[in-house]
Design a protein around this ligand. Structure first.
Ligand SMILES: C[S@@+](CC[C@H](N)C(=O)[O-])C[C@H]1O[C@@H](n2cnc3c(N)ncnc32)[C@H](O)[C@@H]1O
Length: 300
């Protein structure tokens, strides 16, 4: 495994500190990915602890498995949606845990694999499914939703300013041929944006928001967040903690509101009054960490 393909774990120090790891604890990594957080968690709960790593993506879990093998310790890795966390733990005979971390979104390992279709920088099929056994891909949405639905998806999940123009061009273009690659979609987005805005108004690539929106829709990322956090809090022991790292304001907003609601229900204390962001040295070493936000809470 080439180290440079692996995802660099984001806000690792904060995750370790806020989970208050110690030997003997049972910790869930709800988004194990290629194991960046899992490895460091496992080291700190061994001996006597138990790590449960979950991910929707079998390819990432295979890498995680390889990396954890060398670490010793007690762990289980399972391909599952964290939305099913209650059933997953029930299946393992676990009813209470000492901590859980959610590191949302996708990893650079997934981004860099052109065949997965997540990135406008890699030519590949328009796929974007985290779980490759699921039915709906980016191709299906982009080629089948009607213009209004596409426009609404781009606005709701990407806050893309040019959502109407992009949706119109998608529908026009697919009359000639299906939009089947990442390159075709990225190119179309650039063409949909008025000339004078293509460069000057975008610090990021013009297709960034469209790709984010389609990915969120394909994987139904926002729909499951609140219920997943609620389920996680429901299985925390008293005094145990939940840590969540999000990567865009839509996710962070859901976490903020869910934490507030759980606090008013008397279930948690919020430990991070405001979301924490990575320290300057982390952003310098790993620029893709720059938009992450960290929130933590403790079960009452
Ligand atoms: C940012 S990466 C995590 C990286 C990991 N913490 C590390 O340090 O290597 C997010 C991971 O969460 C997974 N994921 C996203 N939504 C998920 C869900 N609903 N259920 C399970 N896994 C999910 C993705 O497949 C991806 O591997």
């Amino acid at each position: 495994m080439l180290e440079e393909k692996l995802h660099i774990p984001v806000m690792l120090r904060e995750v370790i500190d806020y989970l208050a790891l110690a030997p003997g604890k049972t910790i869930v990594d709800a988004t194990a990915g290629t194991g960046g957080h899992s490895i460091e968690i496992l080291k700190r709960i061994t001996p006597g602890g138990r790590l449960i790593g979950i991910d929707r993506d079998e390819n990432s879990l295979a890498v995680c498995r390889q990396r954890l093998e060398g670490c010793g310790g007690n762990y289980e890795l399972l391909q599952a949606n964290f939305a099913d966390i209650d059933r997953v733990l029930e299946g393992l005979g676990i009813d209470r845990i000492d901590g859980i971390v959610f590191d949302l979104g996708i990893s650079t390992f997934q981004m860099r694999d052109g065949a997965r279709g997540f990135s406008f920088q890699q030519e590949g099929p328009l796929d974007m499914r985290m779980d490759q056994s699921s039915y709906i891909s980016a191709y299906d949405l982009v080629n089948n939703l009607d213009e209004r639905e596409i426009s609404s998806m781009l606005w709701s999940f990407g806050q893309e300013r040019w959502h109407n123009r992009i949706a119109r061009l998608v529908v026009q273009e697919r009359k000639n041929h299906p939009i089947s690659t990442t390159g075709q979609l990225a190119d179309l987005v650039v063409r949909a944006i008025p000339h004078r805005y293509r460069r000057s108004h975008y610090r990021i690539h013009p297709a960034t928001r469209t790709f984010q929106a389609v990915r969120i829709a394909v994987n139904r990322e926002l729909e499951i967040l609140e219920s997943s956090v609620r389920k996680a809090v429901g299985i925390l022991k008293s005094g145990a903690r939940i840590c969540v790292i999000s990567f865009h304001s839509l996710e962070d907003r859901v976490i903020k509101h869910t934490f507030r609601a759980l606090k008013s229900e008397g279930l948690i204390d919020i430990i991070t009054a405001k979301p924490m962001t990575p320290v300057a040295s982390e952003v310098a070493a790993n620029p893709s960490s720059r938009s992450s936000k960290f929130r933590a809470a403790e079960r009452i």
